[in-house]
Write a protein that binds this ligand. Sequence first.
Ligand code: IMP
Length: 203
Amino acid sequence: MRLLIATHNRGKLIEYQAMFADLPFELVTLDDVGIRDDVPETGATLAENARLKALGYARASGLLTLADDSGLEVDALGGEPGVRSKRYAGENKSDAERNAFLLAKLRDVPAGKRTARFRCVIAIATPDGKLWETDGVCEGEIAFDARGTNGFGYDPIFHVAERGVRMAELSTAEKNRVSHRARAAEQARRVLLGIIESVGRDT
Ligand code: IMP
């Protein structure tokens, strides 16, 4: 059975291939199935965007489809940047500029009040509109400076509570053990196993 991973990002495909290696799915991307029109991410939340993408691309492709959306939620900013994480600080800004912008916003917020979390929501949909949803978080705090060179995005300014270092100081393998995406994907793996079982029962 083919599973469409709703992304143009080859790196994301490779991550999901590793996490779903033992499942009997052939993973394909939007480019593999010739979909060029993006489903607009107009949702007010990460979950809404994940659902919009999963349902839209499942309908367009006729395939079981997995879509994700992730972002950083800072408590002192009422959950911002959240669904706006990618474009926080404006269009065409670099990760370093976005990190500097967030650090400046939090300049007067003392240690202990800088709690934050990365969140990832995964939605899985069938072409006829059945929908499943999973959610994964990684808790931490926004530091006062940037440190570490691994990962991407907000990783250098995110202090991982359960590891005591920045996300950008973890190896890829370590990040994949604690990250929001890994946790949402682990639950998604169980959903996919259930779908396979129910297909087996129905045929
Ligand atoms: P996406 O939904 O995976 O494309 O993520 C949206 C945005 O959230 C990214 O452009 C990053 O700014 C931020 N983000 C999501 N996941 C991570 C992560 O693991 N590390 C750092 N930033 C992240």
